[in-house]
Design a protein around this ligand. Structure first.
Ligand code: ADP
Ligand code: SF4
Length: 695
C-alpha cells in the first residue's frame, strides 16, 4: 500500500546540530513509572519505539545531580559513573533502527524536595518547595558559587550522557519543572543580581551553560532546549515574552522543543484539549529562529501532522502519548496504513503510572512497559498453541482485546455480544460530555477484528450457561462487564444506606441507557472518585438541573489528580454552577431531601434533593460465570477445557485494566501452567559487596 503523497513531508530528514533525524517523528521525553527502578523495562520500551520508526527518541527526565531529586516520583538518574551502564543500555536500544537517541537533563531545583538524598534543596530564589505534594520543605537561594557549581555539574552530566551514547542532550526548562525555566520566570526568579530582573539577565544562566557544555563537548552531542510556551498565573511569563526570549537567543540551542504550559496543559486530556491545542502558542516561532522547532499536541492524525509542517508551524511532530498508544505510528504512516494507528484516547492513564510510582499502563496499548517484563510486543503476538476454538462472551474493552489478540495468534474465535453495539462500557461512555475520543478503544479493535477472517462476531446474542455448554468451545472467555450499584455502597459505606423509595435514585447506567437527566435539585454522591461523578455533574448541569456534587474525599474527582485533570474538572464544574461539597457522605435519603455526614467529624446536615444519583461502586456482571461454575462437572463432556472470567466481570477497574486483561488472556492461552512462579521478569539492583556501616 502506498501512502498519500501529502504525508511524504513527514519523512524528510532534518538536521539537528551535526546529526540528521531520518524523519520528522520526534518522541519527546515522557515518564513511564519505571525510571531508575526498572531500567531494562524502560530500555526495552524505547527499543520498540525504534522499531516503530521514530526519528528521534528521548528518555524521560533524568535527575542530573544528587542535590536535586523529586522522590517519591521515579525518573532516571545520572549522579555518578555507576549510572552509565543503565543509560548506555537505553541509548543503544533507541539507536537500533537509526533513530537519534536523546537524554533530558533535569535539575528540579525548587520542585525537588530531596526526600531521598536529604540534601538541602537549592533554587534560583529560595522559597517553599513547589511539588505535587506540599512537602514542608524549603529551598535556599543559590549564590554565585552555587551557580558556578550548577554549571559544572551540568557539564559533567552532559559529558557522561555523550559517553553513554546519547546524540541529543535536552536541557529541561518546561512545565515549571526545570531550573532553566526557574531562571526565566519571575514566579521563581526574584533575584536582584545579574541573573534576575531583565529578560537578558534571566537568560544569562542558559547562555553560560550552553557555552560551557559546547566548550567541553564540541559538537559531539547536539543541544536541545525544552521550554514552556507560556506560564499561567499572575507573574508567569507570557507567550509574547517567550517569543522575545527565543528571538534573543535564536541560535543558542540546536533545536527548540516547545511544551505547552504546565504539565497539565501540555498533557491536556481529550476531555479538555483538542488535538493540536498548542498551535496558537507555537505558530510563528519558527520565523524567529534558524533552528528546527518541535511541538506537541496529542497528534494521531497524519493529515494534521503534515499540515503542521507544510504550514510552517513545526519542523518535528512531537509525540509522547501517541507514541505510547502506538509505538508503530511512524511506520504505519510510512507504509500507508494510517487506518491501523492505535490512536491515543487522551485519558492520561499513562501519567497515573508516574504519579502513583508504578509502571505506567496505557488504555490503548496493553503491552506498554511489558516489553521486557513479559516479552510482549505491540504488533506481534506469540504463536498459536495447540487448541483451536475460543468463545469470547462480551464485546467491551476486555472482550474486544481478547478477540483481536486471539485472532492474531490464529485461533478460531467467536465473540458473542448481548447488545447491537460493540464496545461495552466505551460504547456508552463515549456519548458522555468530553469522552467521545474514548470510543477509539472500540473503534480500533472493531476495525482490526473486521480484518481477521478467523474471528466471527455475533451481536444481539446474550448467552446463558446452557448455550455456552451446548456450543462446546474448547475455551470460553467471559468478559461480561459490570454495572453500577444502586445501594450507595463503595468505600465510605460498605453496607447499604437507607433510601426511601419516595426519593428517585439513579445510577450512571440509567443515564447511559437513555434515562433523561434528572431535573430540579440533583445530588450526585461520588464515592468512586474517578471521572464519572464529575462527568455526570456536567451532564446534569448542562441539562438545567441545580447540581450538588457530594464526595467524602478532600477533592472532587479525587483520583484524577493522577491523570492531571482534577483542576480542570473543578474549574469546569464551578463554571457550570455545580455546588461542590467535599469531605461529606450521603448517609440517607427520603422524599425531597438527603442527609449527609461530615467524613471527619460525623456532623450531620440535610440538603434538598429531588433526585439522588449514586456514583459509588460497580458490581461484576458475573451471573453467567457463577452459573457455569455451578456446572463445572458438565464442562468436560461439553468439550470445554477452560472457562475464565476477565476484566470488569472479574473485578471492576478503569478501561486500561480491561484491555490489559483481554490481552493477557490471549497471550497466555495454551501456555504451560506457571504454577506459583512470578508472572513477569523483575530487575533487582545488585547488592553492595560491603553492607557494613563505614565509620
Ligand atoms: P469490560 O470493561 O470488562 O470489557 P464492559 O462492561 O465494557 O466490560 O463490557 C461487557 C460487555 O459484555 C457488554 O457489552 C455486555 O453487553 C456484554 N455482555 C454481558 N453479559 C453478556 C452475555 N451473557 N452474553 C453476551 N454478552 C454479554
Ligand atoms: Fe493515550 Fe490514555 Fe494511552 Fe496515555 S494511557 S497514551 S492518554 S490512550
Amino acid at each position: 500500500m502506498s501512502r498519500p503523497p501529502g504525508h511524504d513531508i513527514l519523512f524528510e530528514p532534518v538536521r539537528i546540530g551535526r546529526f540528521t533525524a531520518k524523519n520528522r517523528f520526534y518522541q519527546v521525553p515522557h515518564c513511564n513509572g519505571g525510571g531508575y527502578r526498572d531500567p531494562s523495562a524502560a530500555a526495552a520500551m524505547r527499543a520498540v519505539k525504534a522499531e516503530g520508526g521514530w526519528g528521534v527518541i528521548f528518555t524521560e527526565q533524568v535527575e542530573m545531580h544528587h542535590t536535586s531529586e523529586i522522590t517519591p516520583f521515579i525518573e532516571l538518574r545520572l549522579w555518578e559513573e555507576k549510572d552509565l551502564p543503565g543509560l548506555a543500555r537505553m541509548a543503544a536500544a533507541m539507536k537500533t533502527q537509526g533513530a537519534l537517541a536523546g537524554i533530558q537533563l533535569a535539575y528540579p531545583a525548587v520542585n525537588g524536595p530531596n526526600l531521598y538524598t536529604r540534601e538541602v534543596p537549592m533554587a534560583v530564589t529560595g522559597m517553599p518547595v513547589r511539588a505535587f505534594i506540599n512537602d514542608p520543605v524549603s529551598a535556599r537561594t543559590m549564590d554565585r558559587e552555587d551557580i558556578r557549581d550548577l554549571r559544572r555539574w551540568h557539564v559533567t552530566a552532559a559529558e557522561r550522557a555523550a559517553r553513554a551514547g546519547f546524540d541529543l542532550i535536552c536541557l529541561y526548562g518546561a512545565h515549571g519543572f526545570g531550573v532553566l525555566q526557574h531562571f526565566f520566570s519571575r514566579v521563581t526568579n526574584h533575584r536582584d543580581d545579574e541573573y534576575g530582573g531583565s529578560l537578558e539577565n534571566r537568560g544569562r544562566f542558559l547562555r553560560e551553560l550552553v557555552a560551557d557544555i559546547r566548550d567541553r563537548l564540541g559538537d559531539s552531542a547536539a543541544l536541545t532546549l525544552r521550554l514552556s510556551l507560556e506560564e499561567m498565573g499572575g507573574e508567569g511569563f507570557s507567550n509574547a515574552e517567550l517569543r522575545d526570549f527565543i528571538e534573543m537567543h535564536c541560535d543558542l540551542p540546536d533545536l527548540w522543543d516547545l511544551a505547552h504550559g504546565a504539565w497539565e496543559d501540555c498533557s491536556g486530556p481529550s476531555r479538555f484539549a483538542e488535538e493540536g491545542a498548542q498551535e496558537p502558542l507555537v505558530a510563528g516561532i519558527r520565523a524567529l529562529t534558524p533552528k528546527p522547532v518541535v511541538g506537541v499536541g496529542r497528534f494521531t492524525s497524519p493529515d494534521a501532522m503534515a499540515r503542521q509542517v507544510r504550514t510552517g508551524v513545526l519542523d518535528f511532530i512531537g509525540c509522547a502519548r501517541p507514541s505510547i498508544a502506538d509505538p508503530f505510528l511512524p511506520l504505519k504512516v510510512e507504509e500507508g496504513r494510517a487506518e491501523d494507528i492505535r490512536e491515543c484516547i487522551g485519558c492520561n492513564i499513562c501519567i497515573s503510572g508516574d504519579m502513583t510510582m508504578s509502571l505506567s499502563r496505557c488504555t490503548q496499548n496493553p503491552t506498554f512497559m511489558e516489553e521486557w517484563r513479559k516479552g510482549w510486543h505491540p504488533e506481534i503476538m506469540n504463536p498459536k498453541g495447540p487448541s483451536e476454538r475460543v468463545l469470547v462472551v462480551g464485546a467491551g474493552p476486555a472482550g474486544l482485546e481478547a478477540a483481536r489478540a486471539l485472532g492474531l495468534r490464529g485461533y478460531d474465535v467467536a465473540m458473542a455480544e448481548a447488545t447491537r453495539e460493540l464496545g461495552g462500557r466505551v460504547a456508552r461512555e463515549r456519548l458522555l460530555p468530553g469522552l467521545a475520543a474514548w470510543g477509539r478503544v472500540a473503534d480500533y479493535r472493531v476495525f482490526q477484528i473486521g480484518k481477521l477472517p478467523n474471528v466471527e462476531v455475533y451481536r444481539e446474542s446474550r448467552l446463558n450457561a446452557e448455550e455456552v455448554l451446548e456450543f462446546g468451545f474448547e475455551h470460553v472467555c467471559l468478559a461480561t462487564g459490570s454495572h453500577w450499584r444502586r445501594d450507595g455502597t463503595a468505600r465510605f459505606h460498605v453496607r447499604t444506606i437507607p433510601l426511601d423509595p419516595a426519593l428517585p435514585v439513579l445510577t450512571p447506567d440509567d443515564l447511559m441507557a437513555g434515562a433523561p437527566p434528572p431535573s430540579g435539585e440533583v445530588v450526585i454522591y461520588d464515592d468512586d472518585h474517578y471521572y464519572m461523578g464529575g462527568v455526570l455533574a456536567e451532564l446534569c448541569a448542562k441539562a438545567g438541573a441545580r447540581v450538588t456534587l457530594v464526595t467524602p474525599a478532600p477533592l472532587i474527582s479525587h483520583w484524577t489528580v493522577n491523570t492531571l485533570e482534577q483542576g480542570a474538572i473543578h474549574r469546569r464544574l464551578a463554571a457550570l454552577g455545580v455546588r461542590l461539597v467535599t469531605q461529606r457522605a450521603v448517609v440517607a435519603g427520603r422524599a425531597g431531601r438527603v442527609e449527609t455526614e461530615c467524613a471527619v467529624t460525623e456532623a450531620r446536615a440535610e440538603m434538598a434533593a429531588d433526585a439522588l444519583l449514586l456514583v459509588t461502586a460497580r458490581e461484576p456482571e458475573d451471573s453467567l460465570w457463577r452459573a457455569l461454575k455451578a456446572r463445572r462437572g458438565d464442562w468436560a463432556e461439553a468439550g470445554i477445557a477452560s472457562i475464565r472470567v476477565i476484566g470488569d466481570a472479574e473485578a471492576p477497574a478503569p478501561i486500561a485494566w480491561a484491555t490489559y486483561a483481554g490481552h493477557r488472556y490471549a497471550r497466555e492461552l495454551d501456555a504451560a501452567d506457571a504454577g506459583d512462579k512470578l508472572p513477569f521478569r523483575r530487575e533487582i539492583a545488585d547488592l553492595a559487596a560491603d553492607w557494613e556501616p563505614r565509620r
